[in-house]
Write a protein that binds this ligand. Structure first.
Ligand code: PLP
Length: 462
């Protein structure tokens, strides 16, 4: 831990935090009697808090972000050098790292063509919504403006992205919402809406078609989906799902917007999650892992066909994309993203993700074999979940306090930080989530899973 901070300094930091910082997604009453956790330093897979306690981080900065791990000097240097040369200019102009990162990114995304920069996953998704609405106005007399989203998916924190959010607890009390967003059913086979069937994936996709037909295909502009649902329970797609979804989008001329905010940049073992399933998107959004949290950057990537619709008529002053994001012009983002991508390539981290992901899933299957409370394990690459149930036969979900107790036990016993579905779905905040940095080793995963094993034993013993 940083030797430079004295006990006095740390006490001051804790007091300042308690007095003035409003933490994300936290009920603050507990800080009347306890101190907030302040993360002071990080290296590789590990972080240290204000007490100097070492933790192994199995969730890449809490929210699946720090893909290349902590303490990367080369990213810090790339950002520093870029800031000294040119820190910012509005995105109506170009920048050296902006152009070079876009070129590298498009190399990894065959079929895609243009990169629009902004600074959060929510914002990147909002750009897509604006693109869809503007196309509706320019091409379809305002008609094809509806955007479909899926139950259990999450696309961001703003009112429009919450309107496209399929998690009732994230949305609760924040309405009224933006009109024109319509929900389609989830695709979690473990919680099948049609009982036990052998064509679940096709049924779940056909359920999207039913919504399109109900709404009217001439009113639907886009379908926005996560390739693997993250905060809604780590939902890997069922067999046959994506092929059918793609077919439906083509049939009704509906743009496919893939939200890669979590899956993007290697998390599942390919550059992007959609590439695992042969999907051909029209728009792709990404944020978290793009620069592993070393700078704030998000990208909205489109096909050339989508881009051309905004270029076709220079005589119309309203028909181009009239959007701006002030901090989308910060050069620290693409400078960090370029170095982040170099690390992923030079250290073969996609390969490591695939290998370690298989190992992690195997270890979680081991936990399922040992602990009745583990009802289902799911995952792709270093992105895994274990759903906890009261009863394997009925699949009744455990209360979220049980999942929380497992998370706390890992932290208290071993300093292992794992996650869980959090204020996501009423009655279903019961999935433990794991998304370690893509640099993790078998040894790291052994430590993490052993800790969960002990915690499950402890929690189920009462
Ligand atoms: C799938 C997905 N999309 C979008 C977002 C929103 O990203 P941000 O918090 O950067 O706005 C998140 C955040 O967790 C996410 O998980």
């Amino acid at each position: 831990m940083n030797e430079m901070l004295t006990q006095n300094d740390i006490s001051h930091v804790v007091e300042a935090d308690k007095a003035h910082v409003w933490h994300h997604l936290i009920q603050h009453a507990k800080f009347d009697t306890t101190d907030p956790n302040i993360i002071v330093e990080g290296k590789g897979m590990r972080v240290w808090n204000q007490a100097g306690r070492e933790h192994i981080d199995a969730v890449s900065g809490g929210v699946w972000t720090v893909n290349v791990g902590y303490g990367r000097e080369s990213i810090a240097n790339a950002v520093r050098d870029q800031l000294m040369k040119m820190n910012y200019f509005a995105g109506s102009a170009g920048s050296i790292p902006g152009a070079l990162f876009a070129e590298k990114l498009i190399e990894k995304m065959p079929g895609m063509s243009r990169v629009y920069y902004s600074n959060s996953g929510s914002e990147a998704n909002e750009k897509c919504f604006k693109i869809v609405r503007q196309i509706a106005h320019n091409k379809y007399g305002g008609k094809k403006h509806k955007i479909l989203y899926r139950q259990r998916d999450y696309h961001g924190t703003t009112i429009a992205t919450l309107s496209a959010g399929g998690q009732d607890e994230r949305k609760g009390q924040y309405g009224p919402f933006t009109p024109g967003f319509v929900e389609v059913p989830h695709c979690l086979e473990y919680r099948s809406q049609w009982g036990e069937v052998d064509d679940y994936g096709i049924r779940a996709a056909n359920a999207i078609e039913e919504v399109i037909l109900r709404e009217g295909p001439d009113t639907v502009g886009a379908l926005c989906l996560e390739p693997v649902t993250a905060g809604g329970g780590v939902i890997t797609p069922p067999e046959g799902y994506w092929d059918r979804v793609q077919e439906i989008c083509k049939k009704y001329d509906i743009l496919l917007h893939i939200d890669e905010v979590v899956c993007g940049m290697g998390r599942t073992g390919t550059w992007f999650g959609y590439q695992q399933y042969g999907i051909e998107p029209d728009m792709v959004t990404m944020a978290k892992g793009v620069a592993s949290g070393y700078a704030a950057i998000s990208c909205t990537v489109t096909t050339e066909e989508v881009f051309q619709m905004f270029k076709a008529d220079p005589s119309d002053p309203m028909s181009y994309f009239r959007d701006i994001s002030t901090f989308g012009g910060c050069t620290a983002g693409p400078a960090a993203a370029l170095e982040n991508m170099r690390i992923l390539e030079d250290e073969n981290l996609l390969e490591n993700t695939t290998k370690m992901g298989e190992y992690l899933l195997e270890k979680l299957e081991g936990l399922k074999a040992k602990h009745e409370i583990v009802g289902d394990v799911r995952g792709k690459g270093l992105f895994c979940g274990a759903e906890l149930v009261k009863d394997r036969d009925t699949r009744e979900a455990v209360d979220e306090s049980v999942a929380s107790a497992v998370v706390s036990a890992c932290m208290v016993n071993d300093g292992v930080i794992i996650g869980m579905t959090n204020r996501s779905l009423k009655g279903f905040n019961n999935t433990l989530c794991l998304s370690p940095a893509l640099i993790c080793t078998k040894n790291d995963l052994d430590q993490i899973v052993e800790s969960i094993d002990t915690a499950l034993t402890q929690v189920t013993a009462g």
